[in-house]
Design a protein. Structure first.
Length: 223
């Protein structure tokens, strides 16, 4: 139990410190010195996100319907009315699993994209199915194009941070070739632009054209 609370604390969960101290006090001996420290929080992790977690904890336990504004990966803003079912910490980020009353289906929302969170007076009695997986439902994999990306060896450290080694191939000239599936979405191109001059899209051709257009617009801003 203590180890579980220590991990929860490392994920930046609100009040984990208090719970850990209370549990530790139940034991006759002091906690052993920690030989391992794990910090799942990320640079720039906002205080507002922690506040939202506290609000959602109350809503989930008491089964209150919530309302919020959400920014999805396509940069579309929507107003949501949902039944919060579970909070999940995965891949350095918090996610809310909730039943969307607009979509009439269970959806996963990234906490960092939630704004204007409010608890309503409405109650619900839905439970999360035991076989639910946070892995987002998406199109058939074959509908998502395969990108072939060439990264400069100057940012090899970042490439290995971002991609699993099985997707990376080092070429004779030191270039790192990454093969990965991405949707042709605004999020994808904003992400690739963050690598600046150190990445080139080799395939698909349509993606090259889109990125070239976006880069051209940036260039035009500076004359």
């Amino acid at each position: 139990m203590v180890q579980a609370l220590q991990i929860l604390k490392s994920s930046n969960y609100p009040d984990a410190d208090k719970a850990l101290n209370k549990v530790a006090g139940l034991f006759s001996h002091d906690l052993q010195p920690q030989w391992l420290e794990i910090d799942f929080s990320y640079w720039g992790s906002p205080e507002k996100e922690r506040d939202n977690i506290t609000v959602l904890e109350r809503a989930i336990i008491n089964k209150y319907v919530i309302a919020f504004t959400y920014f999805n990966s396509e940069l579309t803003v929507t107003n949501q009315l949902a039944e919060p079912l579970k909070l999940v910490f995965k891949s350095h980020a918090w996610y809310l699993v909730a039943y969307s009353r607009h979509k009439n289906a269970i959806r996963t929302y990234k906490m960092s994209r939630i704004r204007n969170l409010q608890i309503t007076d409405a109650l619900f009695d839905r439970e999360l199915p035991e076989d639910f997986s946070i892995t987002p439902a998406c199109k058939e994999e074959n509908d998502i194009p395969v990108f072939k990306l060439h990264f400069s060896e100057k940012i090899a450290y970042k490439v290995y941070d971002e991609f699993q080694e099985k997707y990376i191939k080092r070429l004779d000239d030191g270039t790192l070739e990454v093969t990965f599936r991405y949707r042709l979405s605004d999020w994808t191109f904003l992400y690739l632009l963050s690598f600046g001059e150190y990445v080139e899209i080799i395939e698909p051709a349509k993606a090259r054209d889109i990125l070239k257009e976006k880069a051209g617009k940036i260039l035009s801003m500076y004359g």
